[in-house]
Write a protein that binds this ligand. Structure first.
Ligand SMILES: C[S@@+](CC[C@H](N)C(=O)[O-])C[C@H]1O[C@@H](n2cnc3c(N)ncnc32)[C@H](O)[C@@H]1O
Length: 251
């Protein structure tokens, strides 16, 4: 499992890559939509990038939760230097222990840290328990349908993916196969992050079995400003062969 304590600063820098802003953030915030007055939690909040954005949407309250002390330290440092009324805590999402508190549970990159279906189910059940009746879960994940042949697609955007398939096995991605993302940072450094493959069907079924009544997968969208400045061809591969996928689930 990726230890974010040791890459917290570098991970924070990776949020400045253009695809983060014009595809990841643009799509997530579009799906989040109007949340004024809502009670919101940012799960696997990291250093609070989205927690702060969600706070700016006029929510009644927002808090952040992450398993990494290093990431939460950065989030708390930012909160101290510019207080926004956000509370952060260190906790494994599988053990949130919160009941019916939130209108929206948000998570930018969480479910793909589950190494198997059992761990995934623990996360999903914990998220369902934390939501009020009618609550919603919005998230981004590695796209389980992205073929290995497309894993270099993001090279010119500063990321590539690699499947860690044991030697001797057929070159196939299976449930639990580690998918390693290498992110190139603006300063010329690189970080590796390990996700785990679970199929679209496994993720959908586990969310439904955990208590969500509706699970919708969404395609990436590109910020029109980015298309205007860089041209359609620069961004089109994110639509044609998406390396990541978005989910919106209702209880
Ligand atoms: C790719 S980072 C995303 C951080 C933040 N959401 C963002 O987009 O900037 C993934 C985060 O998930 C956290 N994480 C992984 N497994 C977790 C778990 N079981 N419970 C809570 N946080 C977890 C890691 O510590 C890390 O901060």
């Amino acid at each position: 499992m990726t230890n974010y304590d040791v890459i917290a600063e570098e991970y924070k820098q990776s949020k400045t890559l253009p695809w983060r802003t014009y595809v990841e953030k643009f799509t997530l915030m579009h799906i989040v939509g109007f949340i004024e007055g809502q009670s919101v939690v940012d799960l696997a909040c990291g250093e609070g990038y989205y927690t702060r954005l969600l706070q700016q949407c006029g929510v009644a309250a927002v808090s952040g939760v992450d398993i990494s002390e290093g990431m939460i330290e950065l989030a708390v440092a930012e909160e101290r230097s510019r207080p926004r009324g956000i509370e952060y805590r260190v906790k494994d999402i599988s053990e949130l222990g919160i009941k019916s508190e939130y209108d929206l549970a948000f998570a930018a990159w969480l479910l793909n840290y589950a190494t198997d279906v059992h761990q995934l189910a623990r996360m999903c059940k914990s998220i369902v328990r934390s939501l009020k009746p009618g609550g919603r879960f919005v998230t981004i994940n590695t796209n389980p349908d992205d073929p290995i042949s497309n894993f270099q697609m993001g090279k010119k955007h500063g990321f590539v993916k690699r499947a860690e398939i044991p030697i001797g096995n057929s070159a196939e991605i299976r449930e639990g196969t580690p998918i390693i993302w290498t992110l190139s940072l603006p300063a010329g450094k690189e970080i590796n992050i390990t996700n785990y493959h679970l199929s679209r069907q496994t993720v959908t079924n586990t969310l439904l079995e955990s208590g969500f009544r509706e699970v919708n997968w969404h395609q990436p969208q590109i910020d029109p400003d980015a298309i205007q400045s860089d041209g359609k061809d620069h961004w089109q591969p994110f639509i044609d062969t998406p390396p990541f996928a978005f989910l919106e689930c209702f209880i």
